[in-house]
Design a protein around this ligand. Structure first.
Ligand SMILES: N[C@@H](CCC(=O)N[C@@H](CS)C(=O)NCC(=O)O)C(=O)O
Length: 310
């Protein structure tokens, strides 16, 4: 099996979700450290424009978004499953809520100047870098709102009490973890990881135990490689054959025609290429890059829009 390659950086909560999913699946993987802010030329060589973190590469196939990465890992290593009670509406709803609503309440609290995540990961950052980081994220944020810390803290009082009540068993839906637990884990990570903000979780002992239980899955076995090596791997690999291609609700874009795909919420950078499939679960486009060669870029259907290139 070609080892999957995760392109990520340490401070990213969504990357932490992916690292923990790899650990849960006990997979060996390659790790490429990518820049936190634009420009990201080596990421874009693979994706064609998508800049969000993380991405997963399997040879010449590039998978965007942790929702799709979970499905790829489930195929690579079916056991233990991310869906022990089935891939149900409740599981997807809990995951989606954590990835969006919960995430956008923990991030503004966990990432504040001089405390929490910033204290750990940006300890030695120059003021110019912090300014550049702020500007980069304002441009990236798209339609997602970063609320003020007081509003988010108030929301968290209600949210955390409900999470605590939901965790009657070891995990959200029972004794075995499912995909939604990884979303809950990473969305709470910006509060839990730094000691100073972890104090906010003290009134919620089940939630604290849950975070410990999840962390115990670890990150699997990874080996660092350079982004140049990852690009070379794409170039020397043949993309997978797309199974059962279909053009579902593409507004007239036919298979083989040029399509533009981008997220609906953050990082609104279009990726343009030949449409290979647009099913209920996945969109795949093929593109050729001078350095990476012919690659297939995969997106989940939910949370992405498909348009005719302008
Ligand atoms: N829905 C996406 C969201 C990914 C996301 O928002 N990642 C953040 C980092 S935690 C990001 O892309 N930040 C900007 C960047 O890395 O360029 C997923 O599940 O992968």
């Amino acid at each position: 099996m070609t080892e999957p390659v995760l392109h990520h950086y340490p401070i990213s909560p969504f990357a932490e979700k992916a690292r923990l999913m790899l650990g849960f699946k006990r997979l060996a993987w390659k790790s490429v450290q990518i820049p936190l802010i634009m420009p990201k030329p080596d990421v874009v060589a693979l994706t064609g424009g998508y800049r969000r973190t993380p991405i997963l590469q399997v040879g010449a196939d590039i998978y965007c978004d942790t929702a799709l990465i979970a499905r790829v890992l489930e195929e690579l290593a079916p056991s233990p499953s991310f869906f022990p009670q089935g891939d149900t509406y409740a599981v997807q709803a809990a995951a989606q809520f954590a990835d969006t609503t919960l995430f956008w309440n923990t991030v503004p609290v966990g990432f504040q100047p001089g405390i929490g995540m910033m204290k750990i990961f940006f300890k030695d950052a120059a003021p110019e870098y912090l300014t550049a980081f702020g500007k980069d994220r304002s441009a990236w944020r798209g339609s997602s709102r970063r609320g003020p810390a007081n509003e988010c803290k108030a929301n968290l009082v209600g949210l955390l009490a409900r999470i605590e009540a939901q965790l009657a068993a070891q995990f959200l839906f029972g004794a075995a973890p499912c995909y939604a637990d990884f979303s809950l884990y990473h969305a709470l990570w910006p509060l839990w990881r730094p000691e100073d903000t972890r104090a906010m979780l003290a009134p919620y002992p089940r939630t604290l135990k849950f975070m410990e239980r999840m962390t115990a899955f670890g990150h699997g076995k990874s080996t660092e490689i350079s982004s140049a090596d990852a690009i070379q791997l794409a170039k020397s690999s043949k993309p997978e054959t797309v199974k059962n291609p279909v053009a579902l609700e593409t507004n007239g874009i036919t298979l083989g025609a040029q399509a533009s795909v981008m997220p609906v919420d953050t990082g609104l950078d279009p990726v343009i290429g030949e449409l290979l499939t647009a099913s209920a679960d996945e969109i795949v486009i093929r593109r050729t890059d001078p350095r990476a060669g012919t690659v297939q870029v995969h997106f989940p259907r939910f949370g992405y829009q498909i348009n005719k290139p302008a």
